[in-house]
Design a protein around this ligand. Structure first.
Ligand code: NAD
Length: 501
């Protein structure tokens, strides 16, 4: 099947913020400043290879300065802010982000290649997250607890912000993933040093400007851009109290090791290889569309991608053909074009990774029903484009069925019955997302209970909500984002025993 293309050459306006002649600086203690080394690195538009900005390259010295500023703010001005005042600032930030969302979405699309319809579509979620945590800022409370101690001893708990938080994010959805860490940290009274991903820092740097404009005191929010060494320095820093990380499992493991020096608090949102299970009694049309979107959205660069597609054997051929047809009909192309459904991969490195897995799939005996190799030809030559890909005839043991590809690649496998599929769905190191498509409520319930993953979607895939917890089992990480308990990840519990007589 052929992939449809949108016009790569159409001119689309860039926001003023994207200007290669104006280097983007680090935010430390309320000031935008060059890195201590004076070094910069460039970031490019993955659909054209055009360099769009130069960015200050932070190092360990910048991390030290940012952490010192965050510590001063934590123990100084910010500590005196009452919950209502923190809430007011977060609500102001939500309004600013809402007002500037088109600009933020455009910057993100240019920087990391997600279609503009996707980045624009994040408005409700991103603004909603900030408002949700603004609400929680005034709802943090300890407990009074009846004890059995002899005499008159009153016991209660206090919830206190953990202190300086290092927030490290990947490139696949910078604003959404960044806000998911920044907003709860600020709601609880922590201060933040943010490390954006080197591949896509620009939208978070613009967010930094909006955070300053909202009126947060100097040093409460800092940004140190750069490479992995910046994240490593934050993770090992003796004066950082907590790291909240989203990224690969390998980096998560490095952070666990680095954090041991001062026994930091950690929350880790890591990789996935999520099963999406389709029973023969499902609404096949809805399931096929859902299974395709579960992977092809954002070019498959999603931790929750339902990339292991298990289909009940009686409908396997027909169902796989439908998913492949949907993929083949997606419009791949210039991400700023509102007709584009799938943009490029984020980088040449990611292109090599994804095409490497495509080649491995073929080598290991799978059959590409659609896609299966890099897109060639003049329209694609500058960018990192691959087509939506569906592999049939996949075995559980193949690398494309076991390893996270982080690209638009579906590995489709038939299953015989519910026990077979539960066993095989759980036979993975990961446990982030999962999907079940069936009209049988009992079957849906049984699979949901048996699946070892932090989220199960039944007859849908991908929806997330600020009020509903999200996180991983097994090597997909620990800690939960969203939900009213997310703020506890940024709080210490102090127990007080008070002898009253
Ligand atoms: P990555 O782990 O390579 O990088 C993530 C961030 O960590 C970047 O900012 C990077 O500079 C930084 N980093 C690199 N080395 C570091 C080190 N030694 N110490 C500290 N920080 C370091 O991940 P990526 O390739 O940018 O993102 C893709 C991965 O993220 C995939 O595995 C995906 O599944 C995962 N992800 C998970 C979730 C989730 O919620 N579970 C969401 C999105 C992405």
């Amino acid at each position: 099947m052929e992939t449809r293309v949108t016009d790569q050459s159409a001119p689309f306006a860039s926001p003023q913020f994207i200007n290669p002649d104006t280097p983007r600086l680090l935010l430390i203690d309320g000031q935008w400043r060059p890195s201590a080394s004076g070094k910069t690195f460039s970031t490019s538009d993955p659909s054209t290879g055009r360099i769009v900005a130069s960015i200050a390259e932070g190092s360990e010295r910048d991390v030290d300065m940012a952490v010192a500023a965050a510590r001063r703010a934590f123990e100084g001005a910010w500590r005196k802010f009452k919950p209502f005042e923190r809430q007011r600032l977060l609500l102001r930030l939500a309004d600013l982000v809402d007002e500037h969302f088109e600009e933020l979405a455009t910057i993100e699309t240019i920087d990391m290649g997600a279609p503009i319809t996707r980045t624009r579509g994040g408005r409700q979620r991103v603004v909603g997250l900030i408002r949700f945590y603004a609400g929680l800022a005034t709802a943090i409370h300890g407990e009074t607890i009846e004890n059995s101690i002899a005499g008159e001893v009153f016991s209660y708990t206090l919830k206190e912000p953990v202190g300086v938080v290092g927030a490290i994010v990947p490139w696949n959805s910078p604003i959404g993933l960044g806000i998911w860490k920044i907003a709860p940290a600020l709601a609880t009274g922590c201060t933040v040093v943010l490390k954006p991903a080197e591949q896509a820092s620009l939208s978070l740097l613009r967010l930094g400007e909006l955070i300053c404009e909202a009126g947060f005191p100097d040093g409460v929010f800092n940004v140190v851009t750069g490479f992995g060494n910046v994240g490593a320095a934050l993770s090992a820093h003796p004066d950082v109290n907590k790291i909240t990380f989203t990224g690969s499992t390998e980096t998560g493991q490095a952070i666990i090791r680095a954090s041991a020096g001062n026994v930091k608090r950690l929350s880790l949102e890591l990789g996935g290889k999520s099963p999406d299970i389709v029973f023969a009694d499902a609404d096949i049309e809805a399931a096929a569309l859902g299974a395709a979107n579960a992977v092809f959205v954002n070019s498959g660069q999603m931790c929750i991608a339902g990339s292991r597609l298990y289909v009940e054997h009686g409908i396997y051929d027909e169902f796989v053909a439908r998913v492949a047809e949907y993929g083949a009909n997606m419009r791949v192309g210039a991400p700023l074009d509102p007709d584009t459904q799938m943009g490029p991969l984020v980088s040449g490195e990611q292109l090599d990774r994804v095409t490497g897995y495509m080649a491995a799939g073929v080598r290991e005996g799978a059959r590409a029903v659609t896609g299966g190799a890099r897109l060639h030809g003049a329209a694609w030559s500058q960018g990192f484009f691959v087509p939506p890909t569906v592999f049939a005839g996949v075995k559980d043991s193949m690398s494309i069925a076991r390893e996270e590809i982080f690209g638009p690649v579906i590995s489709a496998m038939p299953f015989t019955d519910i026990d077979d599929v539960i066993h095989r769905a759980n036979d993975t190191a990961f446990g982030l997302g999962s999907g079940v498509w069936t009209r049988d409520v009992g079957k849906a319930h049984r699979v949901s209970a048996a699946i070892q993953s932090g989220t199960v979607w039944v007859n849908c895939y991908l929806p997330l909500d600020p009020a509903v917890p999200f996180g991983g089992y097994k090597m997909s990480g620990y800690g939960r984002e969203s939900g009213i308990h997310h703020v506890d990840e940024f709080l210490n519990v102090k127990s007080v025993f008070l002898k009253t007589a």
